[in-house]
Design a binder for this molecule. Structure first.
Ligand code: AP5
Ligand code: MG
Length: 182
C-alpha cells in the first residue's frame, strides 16, 4: 500500500471526500491546501486576509505562499501523507520535488480523479461553499484546465500517474482508488 500520495483533479471531483476516507483508514495525514487556506481565512490571520479575495474569485494563490504552507507541514510530519489540491502548477511540482528529495520521501503514487465539467457544476452547485457560485466554479474549471495538463504530463512521464474515474458514488470511486494505490 502506497503512503505518499498526491490527488489531482478538477474542483468537485471528490479529492477531499476521498482523501478523508483514505486517511481515516490508512496511516497517512491529509494535507489539503484549500482547507489550510480556508482555516487561515476563518482565523482572521494576516495570511487569511491576503488570500480570501483571491480564493473567492477562484484564482490560484501564489506558488511561493502555498509552497511555504505545505513545506512547514511536510517538515513536521511522520513521512506518510496525502496531498489534496497541491501541487496545482508545474512550479509547485518542481518545488515539491526538491523538498521531498531533501526529506528522503519520494512520491509513491499520483491519482488523477477525472470528472466531466458538467458533473462538477452539478456537484458544487449543491454544496454552497463561498467559491461555489456558478461563475466562480466556471472560472475555477478554466484555471484547472489551463494548469493541469503540464502537471499531468510531468507525473505521467515519471510513471507515477493513475487516472481514476470519479463519477458514480463515493464508494465506487473509493474502490477504484484502492486498486491503484495497492
Ligand atoms: P480547493 O479547496 O482545493 O478546491 P478545489 O480544487 O476547487 O476542489 P473542491 O475542494 O471544491 O473539490 P474536491 O475535489 O475536494 O471535492 P469534494 O470532495 O469537496 O481550493 C480552493 C481554492 O484555494 C483555490 O481555488 C485556490 O484559490 C486556493 N488553492 C488551493 N490549493 C492551492 C494551490 N495548490 N495553489 C494555489 N491556490 C490554491 O466534493 C465536492 C462535492 O461533491 C461535496 O459536496 C461532496 O460531498 C460531493 N461529492 C463528492 N464525491 C461525490 C460523489 N461520488 N457523488 C456525489 N457527490 C459527491
Ligand atoms: Mg477539496
Amino acid at each position: 500500500m502506497k503512503h505518499r500520495i498526491l490527488f489531482l483533479g478538477p474542483p468537485g471531483a471528490g479529492k477531499g471526500t476521498q482523501a478523508q476516507r483514505l486517511c481515516a483508514t490508512h496511516d497517512m495525514i491529509h494535507l489539503s491546501t484549500g482547507d489550510l487556506l480556508r482555516a487561515e481565512v476563518a482565523a482572521g490571520s494576516k495570511l487569511g486576509y491576503e488570500v480570501e479575495a483571491t480564493m473567492n474569485r477562484g484564482e490560484l494563490i501564489t506558488d511561493s505562499l502555498v509552497f511555504a504552507i505545505v513545506e512547514s507541514h511536510l517538515r513536521s510530519q511522520c513521512g506518510y501523507w496525502l496531498l489534496d489540491g497541491f501541487p496545482r502548477s508545474l512550479a509547485q511540482a518542481q518545488s515539491l520535488e526538491v523538498l521531498l528529495l531533501q526529506l528522503g520521501q519520494p512520491i509513491e503514487a499520483v491519482v488523477l480523479l477525472d470528472l466531466d465539467d458538467s458533473m462538477v457544476l452539478r456537484r458544487l452547485a449543491a454544496r454552497g461553499r463561498t467559491d461555489d457560485s456558478e461563475t466562480v466554479i466556471r472560472h475555477r474549471l478554466e484555471v484547472y484546465h489551463e494548469k493541469a495538463s503540464p502537471l499531468i504530463n510531468y507525473y505521467r512521464q515519471q510513471g507515477l500517474l493513475s487516472t481514476v474515474a470519479a463519477q458514480g458514488t463515493a464508494e465506487e470511486t473509493a474502490a477504484r482508488i484502492e486498486e491503484v494505490i495497492r
